[in-house]
Ligand binder design. Sequence first.
Ligand code: NAD
Ligand code: 0WE
Length: 268
Amino acid sequence: MGLMDGKRGLVVGVANERSIAWGIAQSLHRDGAELAFTYLNESLEKRVRPLAKSIGSNVVLPCDVGSDDDIKALFQSLKEEWGSLDFLVHSVAFANKDELKGAFYNTSREGFALAHDISAYSLVALTREALPLMEGRNGSIITMTYYGAEKVMPNYNVMGVAKASLEASVRYLAADLGPIGHRINAISAGPVRTLAAAGIGDFRKIQRVNELRTPHGRLVTLKEIGGTALYLCSDASTGMTGEILHVDCGFHVMSLSINEALHMSSES
Ligand code: NAD
Ligand code: 0WE
């Protein structure tokens, strides 16, 4: 008996075994969900297919979320394969690497549009195309966000602005989806060393500051993010929509690090 028995869902955003989307997929699978996956390009297909197979899934489809044609073809294939859908996991973000450092005002018009297109608009487009398959099934949609949407995070720059757009999109989509029985929520995760994070210069420092500032005194795990995703995709969370849940070991409730504050008072 699992929370997700009899439910089918699409997971968008697995690149490798360290992807947050893969952590989420494992949690959903453990509780009985049947999963389909997408991959961005052929080199990632080689990574995603074996991962999908390892949890008994052979529905693995291409999709660049920057392409309306890809998104339409994806849901056409899913319609033929399954006919219906109970949940959707959106775990995709992209900005030009050279705009994830330096001054935010140096963001180019194209870079700003690209970050918003791939990281925020894609949720709107995927939601729209998923709706016909979710009809009458009280579906659940989740997406991944980050604290840089709420507060300035050095170097996160245009991604922070795109995440703010993503979070507002969750609220507007929640209002659209409520009357037809579906829900949408976001998980705001603490820093995890994934492929997307590996491209960031000071990522180690960011993780260290998080360890020191969180009440837990450690970083969040993929399993913990997966557990929250399981809750949000399951009927355990039917009273919740439009919400942003922080799965960050409590980082966002702290102002100063307690360790730091104690250290200072002992010196005075
Ligand atoms: P990841 O690199 O494993 O996943 C990012 C995914 O986005 C990859 O699978 C990549 O193929 C996909 N992608 C990029 N451009 C795409 C496109 N045009 N079409 C389709 N797919 C595309 O890294 P991750 O850290 O697991 O990132 C997943 C999500 O989690 C992102 O939204 C990210 O912003 C968010 N997030 C990450 C962290 C972190 O510290 N790693 C923290 C909070 C939120
Ligand atoms: O959302 C993210 C990462 C998103 C991301 C990462 C990359 C790296 C490679 C988007 N686009 C790209 N483009 C690339 O070419 N995170 C929450 C992880 C992250 O990224 C940061 C962070 C944190 C945390 C960037 C700067 C500062 C902190």
